[in-house]
Design a protein around this ligand. Sequence first.
Ligand code: NAI
Ligand code: MG
Length: 510
Amino acid sequence: MSKKTQEKESGSETNGSPKPTSPNADLKLDFSSFWDYSAAPESSDFIDLKKEYHHYIGGKFVKPKKGRMMKTVNPATEEVIAEFAEGTSEDVNNAVKAARKAYDKTWGKLNGRERGKYIFRLARMIQERSRELAIVESMDGGKPIRESRDVDVPLAAAHFFYYAGWADKLDYAFPGRKAKPLGVCGQIIPWNFPLLMLAWKIAPALATGNTVVLKPAETTPLTALIFAEICNDAGLPDGVVNIVTGAGLTGASIVDHPDVNKIAFTGSTEVGKIIQKALAGTDKKFTLELGGKGPNIVFEDAPLDQTVEGIINAIFFNQGHVCCAGSRLLVQEGIADRLISKLKDRMDTLMVGDPLDKNTDVGAINSKAQFQKINEYLEIGVKEGASMYQSNGSLPQKGYFCRPTIFTDVGQSNRIVQEEIFGPVLTIQTFRTPAEAVDKANNTPYGLAGGVWTDKGSKIFKISQKMQSGVVWANTYNKFDPTSPFGGYKESGVGREGGLQGLYPYVNLD
Ligand code: NAI
Ligand code: MG
């Protein structure tokens, strides 16, 4: 309990007034000062970041001859924490050559059982280095250590374990058919779940017998480079996994390389469209996992307190840098006022701050560019006439931090309702009938994920079937599992990752 609250209580005793007798008399809690925690920082003392990182090509870390170095920043401190190479088309070409050689000479010739052993080993070694990976993920990208430690890293390991299990069972995955690998896969990943997206991409590719060239995002390259060390330590044959760092141009070189057989991309819809155009007319396979504007629908019969927790998790998890975030709340009219009031109270208890503090709920915005983009949307929302409410806790002086924010009084055509903000910003609309909820839910260019909250199972089935979403969570949100497929409709992308379905994009079936 904070000092302020204690003072309030003792104050009421010293001036002689009796303590409130009714349990409801003092119900209005002061959320801005009630919850106070001592700092509980995770130690990063033993993290030994290199000053400079190089590409991992053909089983070696190679210093590029040409091309400049780029800097990666800790968004919570705004300090440069390491430099890494910007991959040129020559680096990409070397990586593709190494991947092709490994495909032809080693990996492509191994049977599924042997491949599985290597992938199981990668999974175990991620677990062994999990503390280091979690800390570096939080330092490089700004997400709270609680999330990188409890979600990102364990799920990344789980993906390798899951797909390791498929490696020698592909005949059962595709009964009566023969699954053949595609060859070399080019994979480009974003900055919101750096290690986890690497796992989503690399695990199924290796399990099915492909080799890969992967490019991490330019603001978060470090855990992919630690993963390269893990590949080395695991004795993975040279060239099976190649990591080339860099930004958009490096990514484009991978997409355009003639000897790449498949492109797997996760990122913005804008870049997804560029990639789709570049691939048109080629025989490269592709999967695109793009943006979203997830509707989270709350019916009057939903259990309110659990729903508030779910709404918080849906939009403030990972600072809202989540393609499937529940960023559009649709509330049935009769409970809207009560729900919003409870939501505001809960928002005020969220701790925004040092990503390495174990108490932190909302960490740093990933980069300066994303921070500016979110702030622009806050201005747009206000200009569009919406009412903005932001949580009132304190923010650190340095670093890119954004208060959890909700907008009410918004219309369906508002930009903040239609466009992906990719930050801790929720819009709230009301509806009267289930049909209106579905209409509003589906009325965006996206279709990645959504949620339904109700006490009635039949309503869950009826509504979720009408939602144009790759994933619909019922009475929960942002639950991930390697066995479960994930992917979008409309401008949210094509193809599925995860589960048995996640094997299809990496094989040709005879
Ligand atoms: P982005 O789409 O530019 O970056 C994602 C990845 O693609 C990065 O590795 C980047 O280097 C690479 N890339 C960029 N241009 C490329 C090109 N022409 N060819 C090949 N690869 C290329 O995303 P950005 O600019 O970092 O974020 C902008 C917005 O995109 C965010 O505000 C958010 O709305 C959305 N986004 C969505 C993500 C998702 O998971 N669906 C992830 C990241 C961003
Ligand atoms: Mg960084």
